[in-house]
Structure formats: C-alpha cells, structure tokens
Design a protein around this ligand. Structure first.
Ligand code: C2E
Ligand code: MG
Ligand code: MG
Length: 754
C-alpha cells in the first residue's frame, strides 16, 4: 500500500502529539459550567472545605484499587499498559491525584486540559467511559458519606458542598467523555484522510498505467469497476464480461470464451489476442495480453474476476522480427545459412522419394569483395550485396532457394532437377551473366566477378552437409584456378578452407625465405619476328609441393594483405633483370602483372617510380599488365592511376582481354598501349569460326584504340599463322617459348638474337 503524501494526510508528527485538533475546540469549558450552573459560590465553598475533603478522600485509594483490579476488563487494560512499559502504581496515583484536584474547586483551563488528556488517553488505551463512570460513582459515594458525617463541615453547608461536588464530578466526566469521543472522531478522520490519499493515489496510478483493468461481478454479470484507461479505450462501451469484445477477431472469440469458462471454474488464465484496428489512430491491429484472476469464496465459488489487459504490440513485433532474423539475412533479406540448410534438407528428402530426381547446390563467392568493402566502406559494401542479391534472384525460379551464407558468400539450392548437370550449368551461366554488367555506387561503375562451386545430389553426396561442403571446396578450386565455376570432383587435391588456411600460413614467410622466383616469357613481333619484350611470371618454390603457379597463391596473398611487398619484389627483380638483358644495347622491356589489390593501392605509382629509380631505368622499360576486371572494378580511380603511370612513361597492357566486361567508351579515354587477347579465344580458333570472328574483332578494336594487340597462349604454328593473317601484332606462348627461369631465358635470348 502506498503511503499517503504529507500534503494530503495530516502530518504524522502532528497526529502523535495532538498538536492540531480536528474536533471543535475549546473543549466544553464555559458551556459545561453554564449547564451545570457551577458558580463562584461553589468553588469558594469547595475551597473552604478542601482540606477536610482531601483528608477524607485519602481513604478512597483502597476502594479505587479494588475497583480497578476486581474488574477483569479494566485489569487487562492495566496489565497491557504495564507490558508496554507503563507503571501501574504511578498511573493509579495520578488518577487519584486528579480526583483530589477536583476538590480544590478550581475550574480553570489547566483543569479542563488535564481532564481532556485523560479522556484521550482512555480512548487510546481502550478504557471505556462506562468504567470511568463507575469509578466516579464510588468516589461520589465516598464523599457523600464524608460530607454527611464529618463534623468539620457545618451542617447548613452540607447540601451545598454535596451539590458543588456533584457538579465538579459531572463536569470532569463530561470533559473526559467529550475528549474520549473527540479522540475517536480524530482517529476516524485521520483514517479517512489516509484512505482518501491512498484512493487518490490509486486513482492517479490507474489513470496513468498503460494496462487496462476491470472487475466483473459474476452474479450480476456486470462490470463493477473499470479503470479510467479501460473506459477510454473502450469508449464507454463496457459490455460485460469483456469490454470491446466486438473488436476481437471472430476467429479468436472462441478462444476468449473458453478462457472465460476456465476463469469461472476458478482458474487464472492468460492469453494473447489481436484486436482489430477499428477506431485506432494509426489503423493497425494491436496485440494484447489478457489475464483473468478469479476471486472465489471459501467454497471455491467465483464471485468476481479481476481482468488485466496489456498492449504488447511492440513486444510482439520484436518477437516476430527476431524469428525472422533467425532465418533471414539482415542485409539482403534473403534466407540465411540456417534456412538454406533447412531447404536443402527438405529438397533432398523429396528427391530421395523420387528416383532419378537431383538437387544441385551452388556456393558463390564474390571475388575481391573485401577490397570493395574496405575501400568504399561497409555501407557501400552492404548495398553492393543487396544489388547482387537482386540480380541473382532474377535468374532463379521461385522454387530455388537463394541465401546469403556469410560475408560475400551466397548459396543456391536448385531442387527438382532432371538433367541436373546441364540444368545447373545453364543456371551458372545465367548467374555469371547477371553479375557481369557493372554495379553502380554513387555514380561510379564497379565490376565484380565471382567463383562458383557446384555439387549435385546424388553423385556428389547424400546429405546436406556433404553437398554443402563439396560445393564449397569446388568454389575454392574455381577461385584458385581463376575459372567462373567448377563442379566438385572427389579425386582432385582437396582445396578446402582448412587446406587454404594451412597454405596461407606457409605463404607468410615465403618472401623472407626467398622462395619466390620469376620466370620470363618472350613476346615476339609477328611481322618481323623480333623480340619485343618479356613477361615476368611469378613462381613459388614451395618446400613440399615444389613449383606453385601464381593462380594458386595470388588470391590468397591478396586476402592476407601480402600482395604489396610481393609486387615490390617482382618489380625490383624484373627491372634488374631487364637491365642486365638490355646491356648489349638492345632494350628488353619487361611486363609485370599487377593484381587487383595492388592496382587499387594508392602506393602503387610511388612503388613503381622507386623501383625504376633503383634500377636506373626509364619508364619505357616497363609495362604493367592489369586484367580487364581489375580495371573495370573502379573506372575513375583506375583511370587516375593509369594517367600517373603514363606520365612516368610506363606502358599499360590490358590482360585477359575479352573475358571481362569492358566499357568501350571508357577504354577510349584511357592511356592503354596493349590489349592481350585471352588464351581461351585461341584454343578453338582452328575449328571454330566464331572464335576467329571474336579474335578478329578484338584485333580491330585494339587497332581502333591505337593499341598493339598481343595474343597469349599461342601453342602451335597454325594459330600463329592465323593470328598473323588476322593482323595481330605480337604473340606469346609455348610455341615460341615456355616461361623460363633467369638463366634459361638468358640462353634462349642469346640464341634467338643470333
Ligand atoms: P597472365 O598474365 O595472363 O599470364 C599468362 C599465363 O599463361 C601464364 O600462366 C603463362 O605461363 C601461361 N602461358 C603462356 N603461354 C602459354 C601457352 O602457350 N599455353 C598455355 N596453356 N599457357 C600459357 P602463369 O604463369 O601460371 O600465370 C597465371 C596468371 O598469374 C597470369 O596470367 C597473371 O595474371 C598472374 N601472375 C603471374 N605472375 C604474376 C605476378 O608477378 N604478380 C601478379 N599479381 N600476378 C601474376
Ligand atoms: Mg599477364
Ligand atoms: Mg593473360
């Protein structure tokens, strides 16, 4: 129970001391003197005989004791007084003293006050006025005898003395009784005040708490109390037993009625309900928790029910969101890994019941996503993920599940496949196409590529775990081999994430341990047969695995943030070598490959300038090869880097041309010197006229852009001849020479020059 505030109730201190009296004062006083006709003559007479009377009344003490202790009710009160630390002897003496005081005939205020205090004390202690009446009857008896018999009192004064005594005693009784009931009234008033304060507090509370409360009287089936909030919410339509019942959805009403029946059977019930939006300001349904608490008599019959209704819409929304979150990816809104697994398992269950049915699993990883995320900021990264998600969604069927599995990794489940491999290859192609067009970020165009790993039920695994794992491994292999997609193959060297990790550990110290070396491959002028330069190709002498090719470790080095020192080492080594080979007066320009990460690093131009300086070479001794995808990833920034390199006199070659998505209008504006036709276009050139057409158009395009065109991967004379016929400028490939280590290349060079 809340304590009433001081403001409302009477201050505690005041109540205890009786400093402020609520009942009317002054207490009797003149009024009682008047009604009793107590006059100056009376007091004078009593004063005259006071000595005699006091002396005679001394014997009254014993009578008084007997009276008090013979009466068990009074005795109980006295013992209680003693238990509370009071002294009975002193009390009785004080009572006697008061009575004797009356014999003085004084009727001033002090006397009245004393009597009043005694009356109030009697009330507090539970001494009933009737007991006081009894005590005064005995006192009067005693005095009457004294007055009638004591020779010191003059005969003719006896009646008058007796009358004065009666008046004094009546007066005292009247004052005490008045004080007694005034004390009772004061107490009641205090209690009423306290109650009032509590009630107004409760009222304040009920008007302000968000919960709605009402009480139903069962017998009359009426609402006996409804909190202000309930009234406001139900707009006064307090229909028993559930106000606003009409706002409960029809389908839910049965539930409420069942609950009510349980309450009538004396059970507490809670339930959650949706109330329809009608009359609601924001026109949305709201959720409530309703609780019913039955109040029964001793025989278990419910007399009334207290009901509480609480708006839990926010909690409900949060809960729904949480549920969603546990199956939904927050950034893209796609399914998350858990839901994806679930869908995969369900698809497998269906496929197991349908012989011949397949399920394909694809794991797709965005290449260089981390780089975008780091350089553009996480928000842009998130936006990029959403754009990717939308594009992927467009190429999939409704029955397929697309999920974001983690950072830049997406998962796809393709259920109900018949000719699985063909179908999944088609989807992979569409996915790659969908991601080919540049993405936009703040009016910039960004190009992305991906690596996809595929596993198919039942050939690549029986359960969801195995299939997901295998698709993951295939994805890693695709990434390492720089191919857009790969199916899982059990007998290939596993390229799982764990192996990848182990590999990364070893890569860390490779530079210090001098495990890297460069091999060189020459570029030959098709028309004149002259050597025009060499491409430096990085190799890693792995302590266990032997010579490891760059496609296997460049991406890892990029992810580990190790690419910058590697690039610096390649630049230094290649330029020093070029200087040696150029010593005879014939320049031997060297081409160095620069990965996406390196290309986007702001320190690249400085590193190249420093390397040239260290080697003491002009910019024209160096060509930088960047792939189409690297360049297109951030055209504006890329263009600035190319301009700076061009100012140094360094040439630029676009590597693997034709495999990415180039914006031709952009290419025109860039200071590019060379286009390198990707080897994939040469492979089938002998048999496939379409490839010939592609190569021809690349050559034409290159010439239109004022670039020289290099074909790489030329493995035989037929292709070399074809390229020459098509007007290609330079060739590079095993047909001329494999990439060779220093000494090997030096030997080849001197032979060739001769
Ligand atoms: P790329 O720049 O396109 O290099 C050409 C690749 O084709 C080389 O593979 C080369 O050995 C190979 N090749 C040359 N002629 C033939 C041929 O007649 N037939 C066939 N089948 N292949 C031929 P490699 O050395 O394995 O390098 C692969 C890729 O690794 C390079 O592709 C380049 O992108 C990257 N790379 C190489 N060295 C470095 C480097 O120092 N730094 C960076 N960042 N990347 C490098
Ligand atoms: Mg290259
Ligand atoms: Mg290439």
């Amino acid at each position: 129970m809340p304590t009433p505030t001081r403001k409302r109730g009477r201050p505690k201190e005041e109540r205890r001391t009786g400093a402020r009296k609520k009942s009317s004062s002054p207490l009797l006083g003149k009024e009682v003197n008047y009604v009793l006709q107590l006059s100056a003559a009376d007091t004078e007479l009593l004063k005259r005989y006071q000595g005699v009377l006091v002396q005679g009344a001394a014997g009254f003490a014993e009578t008084s004791y007997n009276y008090l202790f013979d009466n068990p009710d009074i005795a109980d009160v006295l013992y209680a007084f003693e238990r509370d630390g009071g002294n009975i002897g002193e009390l009785v003496r004080a009572m006697l003293g008061h009575k004797l005081g009356l014999l003085s005939g004084d009727i001033d205020e002090a006397v009245t006050q004393q009597s009043e205090q005694i009356g109030r004390a009697h009330y507090r202690r539970g001494v009933k006025p009737v007991w006081t009446l009894g005590a005064y009857r005995l006192f009067l008896d005693h005095l009457q005898q004294l007055v009638a018999t004591d020779p010191q009192i003059a005969h003719e004064d006896r009646d008058a003395v007796e009358s004065a005594l009666i008046k004094m005693i009546f007066r005292d009784l009247a004052v005490m009784t008045e004080a007694y009931w005034r004390a009772a009234i004061d107490q009641l008033t205090d209690q009423r005040d306290e109650l009032g304060a509590e009630q107004s507090l409760a009222g304040e509370l009920l008007s302000n708490i968000p919960q709605l409360l009402w009480t139903v009287d069962i017998e009359s089936n009426s609402i006996s109390y409804a909190s202000p909030g309930t009234r406001a919410f139900c707009r006064q339509e307090l229909e028993a037993p559930i106000p606003c019942f009409y706002r409960i959805y029809g389908s839910e009403r049965e539930r409420v009625l069942t609950a009510w029946q349980q309450v009538i059977d004396n059970e507490s019930v809670q339930l959650e309900l949706r109330l329809c939006a009608e009359d609601n300001d924001d026109q949305t349904d709201r959720w409530f928790r309703m609780a019913f608490y039955p109040m029964a008599n001793r025989r278990g019959r419910v007399l009334r029910v207290h009901c509480l209704m609480e708006d839990i819409t926010d909690m409900h929304t949060d809960r729904e969101r949480l549920e969603q979150l546990s199956t939904q990816d927050e950034i893209t809104g796609l399914a998350n890994r858990a839901l994806w697994y679930d869908r995969l398992s369900s698809a497998l269950a269906v496929a197991r019941r349908n012989p011949g049915a397949s399920v394909a699993v694809m794991v797709l990883d965005i290449n260089q996503f981390k780089m975008y995320n780091d350089s553009l900021g996480q928000q842009a990264g998130d936006e990029l993920l959403r754009q990717i998600a939308r594009r992927l969604q467009r190429v999939l069927r409704d029955t397929d599940t697309l999920a974001r599995l983690g950072s830049d990794e997406f998962g796809i489940v393709l259920p109900f496949l018949q000719d699985a491999e063909r179908a999944v290859e088609r989807v992979a192609g569409e996915v790659i196409n969908a991601l080919r067009a540049p993405f936009s970020h703040e009016q910039r165009e960004l190009c992305l590529s991906s690596a996809i790993g595929i596993s198919v039920y039942p050939q690549h695994g029986e359960d969801a775990n195995a299939l997901a794992n295998h698709a993951d491994r295939a994805m890693y292999r695709a990434k390492w081999n720089s191919v857009p997609y790969l199916f899982y193959e059990a007998d290939l060297v596993p390229s799982s994430a764990t192996e990848h990790l182990q590999f990364s550990g070893q890569l860390h110290g490779a530079l210090e341990r001098q495990e890297f070396e460069l091999h060189y491959q020459p570029k030959i002028d098709l028309a004149s047969g002259e050597i025009r330069g060499a491409e430096a190709l990085l190799r890693w002498q792995h302590p266990q695995q032997g010579l490891v090719l760059p496609t296997r470790f460049i991406a890892v080095a990029e992810q580990l943030g190790m690419i910058a020192p590697i690039t610096d080492w390649v630049l230094d080594t290649a330029l020093q070598q070029s200087k040696l080979w150029s010593a005879g007066g014939k320049p031997m320009p060297i081409s160095v490959n620069v990965s996406a990460r390196s290309f986007q690093s702001p320190g690249l131009v400085g590193s190249i300038r420093d390397a040239l300086e260290r080697a003491g070479l002009e910019g024209s001794s160096l060509e930088i090869e960047v792939t189409e995808a690297t360049l297109m990833a951030d055209l504006e920034e890329g263009a600035r880097t190319l301009d700076s390199l061009s100012e140094l006199g360094v040439s630029i070659a676009i590597d693997d041309f034709g495999t990415g998505y180039s914006s031709l209008s952009y290419l025109k504006r860039l200071p590019i010197h060379t286009l390198k036709i990707d080897q994939s276009f040469l492979e089938d050139m002998a048999n496939n006229p379409r490839d010939v057409a592609v190569v021809r158009s690349i050559i034409e395009l290159g010439h239109n852009l004022d670039c020289q065109v290099v074909a790489e991967g030329v493995e035989d004379e037929i292709i070399r001849q074809r390229l020459q016929d098509l007007g290609c400028d330079l060739v590079q490939g095993f047909h001329i020479s494999k990439p060779l280590p220093n000494e090997g290349f030096g030997e080849w060079l001197s032979h060739a020059r001769h």
